[in-house]
Ligand binder design. Sequence first.
Ligand SMILES: NC(=O)c1ccc[n+]([C@@H]2O[C@H](COP(=O)([O-])OP(=O)(O)OC[C@H]3O[C@@H](n4cnc5c(N)ncnc54)[C@H](O)[C@@H]3O)[C@@H](O)[C@H]2O)c1
Ligand SMILES: [Zn+2]
Length: 358
Amino acid sequence: MNTVNVELGDRSYPILIGERLLHQADLVRQHVPARDILIVSNTTVAPLYMEPLAKAFAGGRVVEAILTDGEAHKTLATVSRVLDVLVANRFGRDCVVVALGGGVVGDMAGFAASCYQRGVAFVQVPTTLLAQVDSSVGGKTGVNHPGGKNLIGAFHQPSAVLADTSTLGSLPDRELRAGLAEVIKYGLICDAPFFSWLEEYLDELLAVDPAALAHVIQRSCEIKAEIVGRDEREQGDRALLNLGHTFGHAAESATHYTRWLHGEAIGAGLLMAAAMSAECGFIDRTDVERVQRLLERTGLPVRIEGVSPEVALEHMRIDKKVQHGRMRLVLLRAIGDACVTADYPEPALQRTLSDYFG
Ligand SMILES: NC(=O)c1ccc[n+]([C@@H]2O[C@H](COP(=O)([O-])OP(=O)(O)OC[C@H]3O[C@@H](n4cnc5c(N)ncnc54)[C@H](O)[C@@H]3O)[C@@H](O)[C@H]2O)c1
Ligand SMILES: [Zn+2]
């Protein structure tokens, strides 16, 4: 087992990464030190992993809230149901909310924990690759609103993250590949050797090799922890984590979140960010080709068909809440060196959109 620490003063916490962590009752209890425990999960994950997790708390009071699976249910109404369960069981401020599932469950359980009695402890037990490398770390919690994705939420850091790599064995292949988009993102942002490592060991990752997966989860968490430790509330460097996301979010929202998984849209977005960086003269075309090759091998889309460049630009402006001014974008100065900038030639953006959308 490996540990990565997120350093946030008195809100610091460990991310534990290893095989079959869920089955290690002593370890689980050590990180969930409460008598009253609410485990939030969903209809897909609970039948697979609820039993071993709940068993660790024999002697305590364990209540389960099993939510309907799906992003469509990431709403205030669902969080309200979770809060109802806490109230109905008269849980006090010393309870712990445990999120067992992917990013959807984690975001909602975390949000419920952030507002129940003005905030109770919560522990993340992420079961998708995306959740293990991204959403369970960093303290962003929340739900969607008909007016936009993740519009309602709070910063609420977990007190521990238990990433059991064995749970990825049951993850659908498409979800695994989508999660890898965020992993590739970390290499592009700040770690060229890690990007090269991914090129070398992609086949092992796609074959769900435990050692290869443990390595990428650890390195990804180290990078995210480091950036979040510097800028918890996204006033500066945390924006680097949005590499590929302004393009990707445009693809997602223009297609009403139905056509691509988040990671798939981000895959295409990463290539667009790289291509635009080459248009700006920041990186070489050969770097763009490297990014494209890795994304293709991962089975991620490298262009977004069916969305025009004009519509994409409109969605990018909404995403960035920009009307007339210039959008700040995350671009690459090299593979492994991203920057946030509004200083790029407008035609470079136009070219990129017309090359990759439509
Ligand atoms: N808080 C953050 O910082 C942050 C960051 C990135 C994404 N997110 C959010 O995360 C969500 C996406 O998360 P996700 O990609 O994990 O999606 P998800 O939670 O919907 O999980 C994907 C699918 O896999 C299933 N699943 C989960 N674990 C499984 C397992 N071990 N075996 C079999 N099936 C399993 C789920 O039930 C679901 O059907 C989005 O709502 C996004 O907004 C949040
Ligand atoms: Zn993302």
